[in-house]
Design a protein around this ligand. Structure first.
Ligand SMILES: C[S@@+](CC[C@H](N)C(=O)[O-])C[C@H]1O[C@@H](n2cnc3c(N)ncnc32)[C@H](O)[C@@H]1O
Length: 314
């Protein structure tokens, strides 16, 4: 994989001695994984069915819906089975399953998934909620909403309303109606550096201007989302990228300007804490509770997750 020198330089600063390990892991075969859609089948029944085709194993006993396809497979093979068409599983990278686990939505809650397409996390949230409560899945892109809707249908999701709005506009409209959510997922649009293994072309897109632009969009979406979160409610902010401008800097901005606090993130993967300083800018206390997921720590893609609690009105 040909990485841009500027990206390498930034990752070296982030990882120090561990950079070599990171770069070597990018060349290795990553974990192929699927998430059992518990709205349609139990993890055990799915595992038994899929074992007729592939060698399967669990990531952890506690999270039996996360299944690893433990052998080499052809590109596209996992998304081309009868069980896939029946909506028995969603093809989803393991680290991408973590934000919805952290969100931990309950069956009677009002939940907003602000940037939802193509719906890997919406379908996961709906399954955790057992198709109960209310879930709004929003995205700005009509093309991507079509894919989201197909996925919701395939997975038998019935507790979800799909909306097409620019995220901040939607939150402002809902705020005027005084509509508030118990939980919000902001799986933000980002520069995608963490998806280099599944989508190597991402490295061609890398540039500093994109990172800056994304950071501004993320701050705007996040602060709008906080307006429609109940006091005591939780928002999970996640990205699939490494740049602190899109991660710790966004969360630090929220901590400095709004009544929120960062809560611990507990997931079945090895994580590292948020970094406290980047290019001369010191981040606010609490940032260390954010989670960085690196490929070399779990043989996955990269992710960043912050769990925020709203502690007052603004
Ligand atoms: C990282 S992807 C979301 C992936 C999705 N959560 C999933 O797990 O399948 C980010 C999404 O944000 C959407 N997006 C970009 N800008 C947006 C905005 N201003 N408001 C709402 N959605 C936006 C993109 O269309 C894209 O689908």
């Amino acid at each position: 994989m040909k990485l841009k020198p500027e990206f390498i330089e930034r990752m070296r600063i982030l990882l120090g001695e561990d950079y070599k390990n990171f770069e070597q892991t990018l060349e290795k075969r990553y974990l192929n994984s699927v998430r059992c859609n518990t709205l349609k089948i139990s993890p055990l029944d799915l595992k038994n069915r899929l074992e007729r085709k592939w060698k399967m194993k669990l990531l952890s006993k506690k999270f039996s819906e996360i299944l690893i396809v433990n052998q080499k497979i052809q590109p596209g093979e996992i998304g081309n089975s009868l069980e896939y068409s029946l909506g028995y599983y969603y093809v989803q990278e393991v680290s991408s399953m973590m934000p919805a686990l952290v969100l931990n939505p309950k069956e009677d809650e009002n939940v907003l998934d602000l940037a939802a397409s193509p719906g890997s996390k919406t379908t996961q949230i709906a399954a955790i909620m057992k198709n109960k409560g209310n879930l709004i899945a929003n995205d700005v892109s009509l093309g991507r909403i079509r894919i989201l809707s197909t996925n919701l249908q395939r997975c038998g999701v019935t507790n979800t309303i799909v909306t097409q709005h620019e995220g901040s506009n939607l939150c402002n409209k809902l705020n005027k109606l005084n509509f508030k959510f118990d939980k919000i997922l902001l799986d933000a649009p980002c520069s995608g550096e963490g998806t280099l293994r599944t989508n190597p072309k991402t490295c061609l897109m890398f540039n500093k201007n994109l990172i800056k632009k994304m950071s501004n969009i993320q701050k705007s979406l996040a602060q709008s989302a906080l307006k429609v979160l109940k006091v005591g409610g939780e928002m999970v902010y996640s990205t699939c990228t490494y740049g602190p401008e899109e991660n710790e800097a966004v969360v630090s901005y929220l901590l400095e300007n709004f009544p929120v606090e960062v809560l611990d993130v507990k997931i079945p993967l090895n994580i590292r804490g948020g970094i406290m300083e980047w290019q001369g800018k010191k981040f606010t206390k609490g940032i260390e509770k954010c989670a960085r997921i690196y490929p070399q720590d779990n043989n996955t893609e990269g992710f960043f997750i912050a769990r925020l609690k709203k502690i007052g009105e603004f």
